[in-house]
Every structure is written in structure tokens, then in C-alpha cells.
Design a protein around this ligand. Structure first.
Ligand code: ADP
Length: 476
């Protein structure tokens, strides 16, 4: 009997020690559990020694002592069970409180978004009746509070046509399970008010993945639309006035040529017919008139060319810029030779462009580099780089340079920085260059400092081959 009680008490003590150790894992590391396990193990060992003594007949265990020891062991086991379960319960309550706080925070964030957003946010059931709307939607609907909108549908606020369109959109969103993103809607309210809104609608799923309706957000873009429309009108107006201006420049320059030719012709006849009878002063007047008329002819020619850049531009085609460079260089060869100019170019690319206009562009830039060379022997170099969407060309010279405050002005019509007495010119060369570059979807600019030469950069769009560049409708 004693032996049985001893074995039972040893079992309970070791089991309790083992359980105390396993609790370290589930309830967290604690020195208390370790000490308890150690104490119980020692007690168990002590009981084992008593059992051994009894078996070897060395000393008999005392029944009453062993019963008390068993009772204490069972009590300790039950105590540990109780403590462990209490700790677990406390942990559980802590976890629930933490989850609740997290949930509350998430809800707060979501509520702030929905409640404070000035856009209309709404949830609708499968029949497109409002289930929940935010104050933003309420304000737009003119409703007193969100609850008063619940159960209503778009048909209660918008005209029949619009309401039917929105309903169809929402049915489609649910059927296809695909969102409707960024649709511009022209809302007509029942009271006749019109608004533009940008709407996104999504299918609304419950926790099992079933589609229970739709939800969406609509932003009022009426003001933005008005600005867009005004901008479009202004652009259209600008385009029209550009066409008018171009037409005017063309007609004026074309029609002015005839009387000008007559003036020059009659002056020359006069010079030949009565030239020897005129005094030196009268002869210089007549020369002045002829020179003025010739100059005006040059300006009219350039103006005509300017107006023809769009009007008479050729179709874009593959253009070898090396050949273009050679043509442009040949056209100014006389002036280049007399100035002992060194005109060079890197290997240039083949691009999509109007070849004649490319020749004209380089001719103007090379011609200017020669004209504004100053006292040095001109060194002019043309190069090209492959930009991402463009070909980037540059024409660099070692001439007189340009003050940065004139870098933009020189591309305007009739803008010259030098008098005719210094250098001949019409002030249209760079304006024509700019117009040609504009037509090729690029831009032109200059980098220069006085006396440090000038580098003219221009870009040509690579994608020109894919786009159509309409010529001006009115023809010569
Ligand atoms: P024009 O040469 O007939 O005067 P442009 O439109 O070709 O007209 O040039 C405008 C002005 O820009 C010129 O009067 C000149 O002062 C300046 N310019 C143009 N190219 C250069 C250059 N390579 N170096 C210095 N100045 C230049």
C-alpha cells in the first residue's frame, strides 16, 4: 500500500514538474515556473529514494507521511492548473482588448475618410438603392442627413435618362465584376442643374465573396471642365487667328510684290533714261529708292517663305541629314570661301522630316554663323545626338556671340540686333527656323555669351513618321 502511494506521489510530482516546464512556453518565461519545476523534481527524487529504501528493506515508508506528501502533490498540480488557466484567460482578455482598440482605430480612420471627404461616397444594394452615403453625397443631393437618402435611388435625384444610365453602369459592374474607373458624367438634376462629375464605381462583396451591390465615389469637376472648355476655346481662337495671320502675311506679301516690282522697274528705267541729266543729289535719291525697294522685296520674300512653312510644307519623309548638310553648305559656299570658313559636321542621322525645310533650316543657321563671325576665321560645326523621343542637333560657331537677354527675342519676326549698315538681313531668318522646327514637333534655342561664339540647338521629333502633319488648307 505504501509503495503504491509512493509511486502515485512520485508520478504526480514529476507530472506537475513537467507541466510547470511546459507552461514556460505558453505563459511566457518565468523564473517562478523553473523554481517550481526544480522543487517538484527534487521532491520526486526524494520520494524515489524512499521507494528504493522500502524495496531494499532498509527503511519502511511511513503511510501517513506519504499520504500527506501525495495530498500536497495533488494540491500543487491542481493549483498550477488553476494559475495557468487564469493566466491564459487574462491573456485572452488582453488580446481581445488590443484587437478592439485596433478595430476602433481602423474604424476611426475609415470614418474620417468617408465623413470628411467632400466627394460623394455611396454604397448601393443590388437594385442600386442607396444603403449608405457620406455627408459629401448628402450635400450634393441637397438632403438633410445621410439617413434620408438611404433606400432612395438615382431616379429620385436625377433626370430619367441619367438615372437609367447610372443604373445600367452599376448592373454592368456587378455582372462583369469589373470596376468602372474615372468616367466623366454629365449629371442633370431634376431641378435642371447641370454638373460634371468624375466617377469610379466598384463591385461590393460581402465576407463570403458574394456581390451585394456597388460602391463608388464621384468628384465634382464642373469648375475644372469650365476651365478646360475655356482653354479649348482659347486654343481654337488662337489657331484661327494664327491661320488668319498667316493668310494675311501670305496675301500681303504676295500682292505687295507686284506694285513693288513696278516701283523698282520704273526707278531703274528712270535711272537709265534720265540718269545722266540728274544732279549727284538726285541720283543718290534715286539709288536710295531702288535700294529701299530691293530691301523691301527681300523682306517680302522672307515673309512669304515664313507663311509657306506650314502652307506649302512637303510631306515628311526619310531625310539623310548628311546630304542636307552638304546641300546647305554648298548654298553658302561663295560666302564661306571668301571668309575662309571651316564648316564641319559629325556623322548625322537619317530622320523623318521635310527635306527642303531641313536644308533651309541649316542654311539659315550656317549663313548666320558666317554673317556674325566678327574678326576671327569662322569655325562652324554641326553635330547630332540621339535624345529619347527626339534627334537633338546643334550648330556651334566661334563668332561674336549673343547677350543672354536677347536669346528669346532673336526668334521673333523682324527682330535684329544689328543695323543694316553693320550686317545685311531681314530679321526673319531665325523666325523661319523656329517655324520649321515647330512644324517638326521640336524646339529651338541658343546658348551663347558675347564674344564667345553661339550654339544653336534644335530638336526634331522622332515620331513624326507616325503622325500626320496637315498642310494649311488655303493654297497659293
Ligand atoms: P537677320 O540675320 O536677318 O538679322 P535672323 O533672324 O537670322 O535675322 O537673326 C536675328 C538676330 O540674331 C540677328 O540680327 C543677329 O543679331 C542674331 N544672330 C543670329 N545668329 C547669330 C549668330 N550665329 N551669332 C551671333 N548673333 C546671331
Amino acid at each position: 500500500m505504501n509503495a503504491f502511494i509512493l509511486v502515485l506521489s512520485i508520478g504526480v510530482q514529476f507530472a506537475t514538474a513537467l507541466y510547470a516546464l511546459t507552461l514556460i512556453r505558453s505563459t511566457g518565461k518565468s523564473i517562478g515556473w523553473v523554481l517550481l519545476a526544480a522543487a517538484l523534481t527534487l521532491m520526486g527524487i526524494r520520494r524515489c529514494i524512499t521507494l528504493y529504501n522500502q524495496w531494499s528493506g532498509f527503511r519502511h515508508a511511513h503511510l501517513q507521511t506519504e499520504l500527506v506528501a501525495l495530498f500536497i502533490s495533488v494540491l500543487m498540480f491542481v493549483g498550477i492548473l488553476f494559475i495557468a488557466s487564469t493566466i491564459r484567460k487574462l491573456r485572452h482578455v488582453e488580446e481581445i482588448t488590443r484587437l478592439n482598440q485596433q478595430l476602433e482605430r481602423e474604424r476611426g480612420i475609415l470614418n474620417t475618410l468617408v465623413e470628411r471627404m467632400p466627394d460623394a461616397i455611396y454604397f448601393k444594394d443590388r437594385a442600386s438603392r442607396f444603403v449608405r452615403v457620406n455627408p459629401g453625397a448628402c450635400r450634393i443631393f441637397g438632403a438633410s442627413d445621410p439617413e434620408s437618402v438611404v433606400g432612395k435611388s438615382d431616379a429620385d435625384f436625377f433626370r430619367a435618362g441619367e438615372a437609367a444610365e447610372y443604373l445600367a453602369d452599376e448592373q454592368r459592374v456587378m455582372e462583369t465584376d469589373q470596376p468602372l474607373i474615372g468616367k466623366e458624367e454629365h449629371e442633370c438634376w431634376q431641378d435642371g442643374e447641370m454638373h460634371w462629375v468624375l466617377t469610379t464605381k466598384m463591385p461590393w462583396h460581402d465576407q463570403h465573396g458574394n456581390t451585394v451591390g456597388t460602391f463608388g465615389i464621384s468628384r465634382d469637376i464642373t469648375d475644372l471642365k469650365a476651365v478646360e472648355e475655356a482653354l479649348e476655346n482659347a486654343n481654337e481662337e488662337l489657331r484661327r487667328s494664327n491661320v488668319d495671320l498667316e493668310h494675311f502675311a501670305y496675301v500681303a506679301s504676295h500682292d505687295l510684290q507686284e506694285p513693288l516690282r513696278a516701283v523698282t522697274g520704273y526707278c531703274q528705267l528712270l535711272e537709265r533714261g534720265v540718269g545722266d541729266k540728274l544732279s549727284a543729289k538726285e541720283k543718290s535719291f534715286l539709288r536710295g529708292a531702288i535700294e529701299g525697294a530691293t530691301r523691301m522685296h527681300g523682306m517680302i520674300e522672307d515673309l512669304l517663305e515664313y507663311s509657306r512653312v506650314h502652307r506649302k510644307g512637303e510631306a515628311m519623309g526619310v531625310t539623310d541629314m548628311n546630304a542636307v548638310f552638304e546641300q546647305a553648305k554648298a548654298s553658302i559656299s561663295a560666302a564661306a570661301e571668301s571668309a575662309h570658313a571651316d564648316i564641319t559636321a559629325d556623322p548625322l542621322p537619317k530622320i523623318t522630316a521635310d527635306e527642303k525645310q531641313m536644308v533651309r533650316l541649316l542654311q539659315n543657321l550656317l549663313g548666320n554663323a558666317l554673317k556674325y563671325r566678327g574678326t576671327k576665321c569662322p569655325e562652324i560645326h554641326v553635330s547630332a545626338e540621339d535624345g529619347a523621343d527626339t534627334w537633338d542637333f546643334s550648330v556651334a560657331d566661334n563668332g561674336i556671340g549673343i547677350d543672354p537677354k536677347f536669346h528669346e527675342k532673336i526668334f521673333l519676326l523682324f527682330q535684329r540686333l544689328h543695323s543694316r549698315a553693320q550686317v545685311e538681313g531681314t530679321g526673319l531668318g531665325l523666325a523661319i527656323c523656329k517655324r520649321i522646327v515647330d512644324r517638326h514637333g521640336g524646339r529651338i534655342w541658343v546658348e551663347s555669351q558675347p564674344d564667345e561664339g553661339a550654339t544653336f540647338h534644335f530638336t526634331i521629333q522622332k515620331s513624326l513618321g507616325k503622325t500626320t502633319h496637315a498642310r494649311m488648307p488655303v493654297d497659293a
